[in-house]
Design a protein. Structure first.
Length: 483
């Protein structure tokens, strides 16, 4: 296949990487040149051969964003259902009582995946971690969207359920967990060998409280062999914290350390409920110091927890202690710029200090830090030799102006409305705000149909036999036509 050289010429702003200073910097009036899937020049005037030129006037080029935690195979189908639900007697979480009853059939997963990826791409995401249950055709579905996907097949030794809305029961089947782990390894290996060249992998034992030590340690060993990281949901709920301290007399973080899991190759999904979180009282531990010493990373997903009055304590604190923090979407919508803005604001509110988060720190979380957490040295920056993953931002958009400080204007005012074009691996996947690689309307239709089917079965899955309308009533009363 012919390799083309494309030059985005005369950008008003280029967010490029300064290798000497180890930081992102602004360039004005600069060129961004890519040959095939790699960047060959970022800054200055490109004088080499060129097959195609893109007019960069009125635009800002910035690195593609990295989404460290998402569940795209299921979350789009929860829209309109879970925004205001949490269990009052289960730490305000929706994990145990509500999410299981609204879970769509896996047959709708490819379409949900497409809906979620379309939202990510339109918000400037070029790489994402997809934590889903393995299914046939998953790798091909992700590859066809044009995004850079890190497949994280989930597996566990136990499932949870509540039969009364105030206690959680665990059903253990260690043999099933081992079989699921073996199936996940097949997915991982197929993703790493995928012909697209854009798929990676991560091993994802589902939750700290649903996995045996042996399963977690086996996953760690295989991850090291394959050179890929692990991600496990941990410190994500009060229920989980209480369950782990009941079982072991140890916090979830202490227990992971006891079995040798904490290290620079592990990412904690959420990492909120450390022993010093204001919602807990367990002063005899020091989870924060354990994370900082071990190099363990955290995937911070602000929206899904903010809906339930919960927040990390707090982004800037983790970053200043040297704990690697990436940001993920986790829930719907899969809008990374929204998550970045909320992460920044929540940090300031929780700390009651406007210096508790910075725009530069949030940008690093979704670029350089996230790339390091994934073990990647070829994404997250606009510099020669890096993958040609980037977005072009419309500086003339009304919400971007005045564009005196374009990253602040993007993050705090314009959001995804100003994301004009997106390129992954040198290929354009979004043009003028529209995704080129996905039939979004078809995918939305299929997700809507799947949700209707799910709603008809809710009463069969709920512990109290409640209907969808009882569990998640609409905001306003509905009057029938003619009433």
């Amino acid at each position: 296949m012919e390799v083309k050289t494309v030059v985005v010429r005369g950008l008003d702003v280029l967010v490029a990487w300064d290798e000497a200073a180890q930081e992102h910097v602004y360039h004005h009036g600069a060129d961004l040149a890519l040959r095939g899937h790699l960047i060959v020049q970022a800054g200055g005037r490109y004088e080499g051969p060129c097959d195609e030129t893109v007019d960069g006037r009125g635009l800002m080029a910035m690195p593609g964003l990295i989404n460290m935690h998402s569940h795209p195979s299921s979350e789009p189908g929860n829209r309109g259902l879970l925004e205001e639900l949490g269990s009052a007697k289960l730490g305000q979480s929706s994990l145990y009582e509500y999410m299981p009853v609204f879970r769509a059939d896996i047959s709708s997963a490819p379409y949900a995946n497409q809906v979620a990826v379309s939202e990510m791409l339109k918000s400037g995401v070029t790489t994402y971690v997809d934590m889903s249950l393995p299914r046939p055709g998953w790798a091909d579905t992700v590859a066809a969207t044009g995004i850079r996907g890190i497949l994280g097949p989930m597996f566990r030794s136990a499932s949870w359920a509540t039969r009364n809305g105030h206690s959680v029961e665990y059903t253990w089947d260690e043999a099933a967990g081992e079989r699921a782990f073996e199936a996940s390894l097949d997915v991982v290996k197929s993703a790493l060998a995928h012909e697209s060249g854009r798929l990676g992998a991560m091993l994802c034992p589902s939750q700290v409280d649903t996995c045996t030590p042996a399963l977690l340690q086996a996953a760690q060993a295989e991850g090291r062999k394959l050179g890929i990281p692990l991600q496990v949901h941990a410190a994500q709920s009060v229920v989980e914290f209480q369950e782990m301290t009941r079982r072991h007399g140890r916090t979830p973080i202490e227990w992971l350390d006891d079995i040798g899991l904490l290290d620079e190759h592990l990412v904690l999904g959420h990492g909120i409920f450390l022993n010093d979180h204001p919602s807990l009282f367990w002063p005899q531990a020091d989870d924060f110091a354990l994370l900082a010493r071990s190099g363990t990373g955290v995937a911070h997903c602000p929206t899904v927890f903010a809906r339930r009055g919960i927040s990390l304590n707090y982004l800037g604190r983790y970053q200043q202690a040297g704990i690697p923090v990436g940001i993920g979407t986790d829930t719907f919508p899969h809008n990374m710029l929204d998550e970045m803005r909320l992460a920044s604001y929540l940090a300031r509110v929780v700390a009651r200090n406007f210096k508790a988060s910075s725009t530069e720190g949030v940008l690093d979380a979704v670029t350089t830090t996230a790339a390091r957490m994934l073990g990647r040295d070829d994404i997250g920056r606009l510099a020669p030799g890096f993958k040609a993953d980037f977005s072009l931002i419309d500086l003339r958009h009304a919400y971007m102006r005045p564009a005196r400080e374009p990253l602040r204007s993007l993050l705090y005012s314009a959001g995804d409305r100003a994301v004009r074009d997106v390129y992954v691996d040198g290929r354009q996947v979004v043009r003028n705000g529209e995704v080129l690689t996905i039939d979004v309307e078809r995918a939305l239709h299929e997700v809507e149909q799947a949700q209707l089917s799910t709603l008809s079965r809710v009463h069969l899955n709920d512990h109290a036999g409640r209907s969808a309308e009882t569990l998640s009533p609409k905001v306003l009363r509905t009057l029938e036509a003619g009433a």
